[in-house]
Design a protein around this ligand. Structure first.
Ligand SMILES: [Fe+2]
Length: 247
């Protein structure tokens, strides 16, 4: 695989905005890890919950600028884009249309999450609403939802109506536990995953920035073209607001 080309579309590296990085120092440490893991581009996706905690695109951009100044001093080079991990509620489309929460790097793609035990009908209709409003939803950590567990037909249905699926790198390699690993690999085997991302929250431990081990696993198990699509080719299409090719 080409070096320094991984694109991480799901990350909580931006400091002191959610349950991710707790200090500027921790963010810089995580960015250093990202560099060592051959990540060259990151979409910063702080948690956003319409009605409670939200950052507009401009606020996210401001915070990125501040982070970049510090990165320059430490000679860390990384392409950063604004984004958000949007917690779904029926108000979400309105908030997106009013520009109160960011899409992914200013494109039509939106990273959306639900409660892990959310009901299938609610998830299905939520995704539908986003699609009807003209957005391209990406379901964050698709391996975590009870309503999709052992229900691959549902996950497949989401992709058929136009939703994209993201899974976490740590779930691929098994750091999230055996059940999660089994679900993640079932989705991958089915060929319905579009993005693998870190969802990194910390500089230390299980939720730190890991991608290389996962990249090697994906390449070994699913082949290089598939690994490249999951780790940077589809993300490049996202950044250019293009359609994502079939995997
Ligand atoms: Fe996340």
């Amino acid at each position: 695989m080409r070096e320094n080309t991984f694109i991480d579309i799901h990350s909580h590296i931006l400091p002191v905005v959610d349950d991710g990085s707790r200090t500027l120092e921790e963010s810089l440490e995580m960015l250093g890890q990202a560099q060592r893991e051959k990540i060259g581009t990151i979409i910063l996706t702080p948690h956003q919950k319409p009605g409670s905690r939200c950052l507009t695109t401009d606020r996210v951009k401001e915070k990125i600028c501040r982070l970049k100044e510090e990165m320059k001093k430490r000679q860390i080079s990384m392409e950063l884009y604004p984004g958000g991990e949007l917690f779904y509620s029926h108000d979400l489309v309105k908030w997106l249309e009013e520009g109160r929460v960011p899409t992914m790097a200013g494109t039509d793609y939106v990273l959306v999450e639900f409660m892990p035990d959310e009901e299938w009908n609610y998830m299905r209709s939520g995704i539908d609403r986003l699609l009807c409003a003209g957005y391209r939803p990406i379901l964050a950590h698709a391996e975590r939802y009870d309503c999709l567990y052992r229900q691959l037909s549902r996950a497949k249905e989401l992709t058929l109506i136009g939703c994209f699926l993201q899974v976490n790198s740590q779930s691929v390699t098994g750091a999230g536990g055996w059940t999660v690993k089994r679900m993640t690999n079932a989705l991958l085997k089915e060929g319905i995953v579009h993005f693998v991302a870190t969802d990194a929250h910390r500089a230390q431990g299980r939720r730190s920035v890991h991608l290389q081990k996962c990249a090697a696993f994906l390449e070994r198990k699913y082949g290089r073209p598939c690994a490249e699509a999951l780790l940077f080719r589809n993300a490049r299409a996202l950044l250019e607001n293009r359609e994502i090719e079939e995997i």
